[in-house]
Design a protein around this ligand. Structure first.
Ligand code: DPP
Ligand code: ZN
Length: 853
């Protein structure tokens, strides 16, 4: 399959001045007629007229009304066209009910829905399906379905038909259509300049009482974007539709967002606190795309981070403003370390702006999204808040209605700051996680810090150049007082040195001269690995005293990591300082319960595996699991009474409220309950499950029970109560696999795949079993190989129906080279088997090929 390269970009030689579409909907034979008004782009070099089109039956085509016979291949059509302006019309037939790939027009529970990003529109009709071709769309839908929706503002309608007009020129990937028996939950929003906007969330009948939170989140997002970025909404109507079968989380189609129902529907009974938080942030994310993605879009798919990195950054800021900024930072940093560093350090590593791909769907990655957001955050830190806002304003003014590049994006900041961002731009082109090693020299009065940066080789990039790294540091006096408040050092050369007069800093505070403790990469100011092993004493000190909440959490995490690595490798483990530090955090009345819950969590098994691999020790997942179990038992034994008090003091009586403070208390209560269950065999969890007032507490109790090998009766009761609710049942499927003992995980997953409610056609359900199996590291890597086999079979079964989701799930194997030779061989054997399967999709084929590298 062909590689597509960034360097080969050429603009399309025509412009589409209008796109008119008519849909006659039918599950098996939908007719789509299209009429494109085209004219040559001034100055364009002559080229054959090619339109993308896949899996379409072409019924007829006309140019300027005269029938033509284009030559058709599986990728599209070509035909001879006039020199000047002309119209191209086509009629095609498609079969939405047979579309299990969920790209293009498909059906989910009797509802017609579309997903066109990145290249799904070409499965709807013949079109220049590329983000740099923008046009206003007029759409007519004919169907008996009671609700007919498309982008933009509603036009005329009558029984069995409706028209929609989108005045904002858009690329085809933002097209959407929905038709079905849906109910709206409505509200209104008036923009700052007085535009009245009708808001509606469309759901299946019966789900209306689960939309309130999404609507609140939408209004909060609209207000926030006006206040923080001066961005207003630009149509008379904003529709959100919830569908059950969806490959991703949600999609920002202009004026008609389509969401995975898991990211819209919430009620206290059925959704957890984390669901509420995710719904709030994804509603915001898609809404924010209206400016960062829709009004200003991407020239080509290599520029995906232009909209995604920026929009993730904006939704992170939104969550920080609405909830706790430190807790959000810890969540984002954890995600980077747990998943992005892993991607960036393995065979799938790629730059934030990739330079080539076979299948673009494979590049909707944690690197493009989350590292992309970190790069935006570093840019903001480097230019400062004021220039950030001026640069964003200029970006919106200058590029409104355009499809642009990372170069365009950076050039506005160069203009407003007169700063050269050429070196900074390497963050977009260079893959791999940079390491910053820090060495210290103390001469009795001055502390000299030497920073050395390096980035390891990644596939296709053997050599790396130095980056601009905004590295936030602070210095603490041994008494705990802060000597140097957070200061951002811009590291640009491979080696940089900074000297601090600690004696003078101490004297200014009336303190004696003493060697300070350095607090490095505060607030996770750069997405790097800091190579400066801290001693147990330093970690304990920082956990107790640092003024930066991220670093306090990080120090606690380091203490836990050291203990777990020792245990997992059979070394003597001393957890005294860690347990003392935990106790002090739990007892500190000034700390936020959500923060305490974060500190109480152990590093993930994958984190420990990666840490060991970095030290050249092949990780043994069963040993890592055992180390964590032992450590949890020790925390429970040593801190049991404190945990019991913490648990009781975190109660949130009264009706469920999803706000951050209440959610934080429930998170702490849940984390305490899980540990307490190790002492009482699950007695308290059993009682809590029986009396749980909401899904958050029900699931926390069930999880605690399963983690101590109990909970069979509760699982059955949960199933009996919820078997008719898809979203809740996803949790039931997932939890059993995640909590299964290593030797049981594959069998549990196999049994669940045989459950009557399991289906390969709903990605959420597939992920609840397959994704959870990959998430149970000790189960996934069990030496029997049973999970590898089951997973391989599952990927192949899924690939035949839904290549995009199969390819995404295949990343479970990306870490294979970190393990000992026998396990490597075992995984390699499965990857080879997948690669050799006839009829493998381009999506999964590319992923497996890259992993085998
Ligand atoms: N563009 C979507 C998003 O919001 C992904 N399909 O990330
Ligand atoms: Zn997005």
């Amino acid at each position: 399959p062909a590689q597509i390269h960034l360097r080969d970009y050429t603009p399309w030689p025509w412009e589409v001045t209008r796109t008119e579409l008519t849909f006659r909907l039918d599950p098996d034979a939908t007719r789509v007629t299209s009429r494109l008004s085209l004219r040559p782009r001034p100055g364009a070099a002559p080229a054959p007229f090619f339109l993308h089109g896949e899996e379409l039956a072409l019924l007829s085509a006309r140019i300027d009304g005269i029938p033509v016979s284009p030559s058709v291949t599986p990728e599209g059509l070509t035909c001879a066209v006039p020199d000047g302006p002309f119209t191209f019309e086509a009629e095609v037939e498609i079969a939405p009910a047979a579309n299990t790939a969920l790209e293009g027009l498909y059906m989910s529970n009797g509802v017609y829905a579309t997903q066109c990003e990145a290249e799904g529109f070409r499965r709807i009709t013949y079109y220049p399906d590329r983000p740099d071709v923008l046009a206003p769309f007029d759409v007519r839908i004919e169907s008996d379905a009671p609700v007919l929706l498309s982008n933009g503002n509603p036009g005329a309608s009558g029984p069995g038909w409706a028209e929609w007009h989108d005045p904002w020129p858009k690329p085809a990937y933002l097209f959407a259509l929905v038709a079905g028996d849906l109910r709206a939950v409505r509200d209104r929003f008036t923009t700052r300049s007085g535009r009245a906007v009708d808001l509606a969330i469309w759901v299946r009948p019966g789900d209306e009482d689960r939309c309130a939170w999404a609507l609140e989140s939408l209004k909060a997002s609209m207000r926030w974007d006006e206040e923080r970025y001066g961005r207003e909404y630009d149509l008379d109507i904003f529709n959100i539709v919830a569908v059950d079968d969806f490959n991703a989380g949600a999609m920002e189609n202009k004026g008609l967002n389509i969401f995975n129902s898991a990211l819209v529907l919430a009620s206290p009974d059925t959704a957890t606190d984390s669901d509420y938080e995710r719904i709030e942030s994804v509603i915001a994310h898609e809404y924010f795309h209206n400016w960062t993605g829709n009004r200003v879009t991407c020239r080509d798919w290599f520029q995906l981070c232009l909209k995604e990195g920026l929009t993730v950054f904006r939704d992170q800021e939104f969550t920080k403003d609405l909830r706790s900024a430190p807790v959000k930072r810890i969540e984002d940093a954890s995600l980077m370390r747990a998943r992005q560093f892993r991607e960036d350090g393995g065979p799938l590593a790629h730059p934030v702006r990739p330079e080539s791909f076979v299948e673009i769907n494979n590049f909707y990655t944690i690197t493009v999204y989350e590292k992309g957001a970190e790069v935006v955050g570093m840019l903001k830190r480097l230019v400062g808040d004021d220039a950030w806002r001026r640069g964003c304003d200029l970006h919106f003014d200058r590029h409104d209605g355009q499809a642009v590049t990372i170069e365009d994006w950076l050039s506005v900041f160069e203009e407003v700051t007169a700063r050269d961002l050429a070196q900074f731009k390497r963050w977009y082109s260079q893959a791999g996680t940079p390491r910053v090693s820090v060495s210290e020299e103390w001469d009795g009065t001055h502390l000299t810090l030497t920073f050395r940066q390096s980035t390891p080789p990644t596939p296709g990039q053997p050599e790396k150049a130095p980056l601009v790294i905004p590295f936030a540091i602070g210095l603490l006096h041994p008494s705990g007082a802060e000597l140097l408040p957070t200061t951002v050092i811009e590291l640009t050369a491979t080696t940089e040195t900074r000297r601090f007069d600690a004696a003078a800093l101490a004297a200014a505070k009336g303190l004696d001269t003493a060697r300070p403790v350095a607090s490095l990469n505060r607030d996770f100011s750069a997405p790097v690995i800091v190579d400066r092993p801290r001693t147990t004493e330093e970690n304990a000190f920082l956990l107790a005293h640092d003024t930066d909440p991220f670093l306090r959490w990080d120090a606690g995490r380091d203490l836990a990591r050291a203990v777990l690595c020792d245990r997992a490798t059979g070394a003597a483990a001393d957890d005294g300082a860690y347990l003392d530090g935990l106790a002090a955090v739990l007892e500190d009345p000034a700390l936020d319960p959500a923060f305490k819950a974060q500190v109480l969590a152990l590093p993930s098994e994958d984190d420990i595996a990666q840490t060991l691999a970095d030290r050249g020790l092949p990780p043994e997942p069963l040993e890592i699991r055992a180390a964590g179990e032992t450590q949890r038992d020790r925390i429970a034994a040593r801190l049991g009474d404190l945990l019991a008090r913490t648990h009781d003091a975190s109660a949130t009586p009264g009706p469920y409220r999803p706000d951050a403070a209440s959610a934080g208390r429930r998170a702490l209560a849940g984390a305490s309950l899980a540990l307490l269950s190790r002492r009482d065999g699950g007695a308290l969890a059993r009682a809590e499950f029986a009396a749980a007032p909401d899904m958050t507490r029900s699931l926390a109790a069930l999880s605690a029970l399963l983690s101590v090998g109990a909970g069979a009766a509760e699982l059955a009761a949960f199933e009996a109560r919820w078997r008719h609710d898809r979203l809740v049942m996803d949790k039931w499927f997932a939890l059993q696999v995640v909590r299964a003992a290593p030797a049981e995980a594959a069998a549990t997953a196999r049994r669940l795949i045989g459950h009557p409610l399991f289906t390969w056609t709903t990605p959420n359900r597939v992920r609840s079993v397959m994704g959870s199996l990959a998430g149970n590291a000790a189960g996934f890597h069990h030496p029997s190989g049973a999970a590898y086999d089951l997973y391989t079979e599952g990927l192949l079964t899924l690939d035949a129906r839904n290549p995009q989701t199969a390819a995404r799930l295949s990343t479970a194997f990306e870490t294979w080279r970190r393990y000992a030779p026998d396990r490597q061989a075992a995984i390699r054997h499965r990857l080879d088997r997948i690669a050799a399967t006839p009829g493998l999709s381009r999506d999964l084929g590319e992923m497996v090929g890259r992993m085998l590298g």
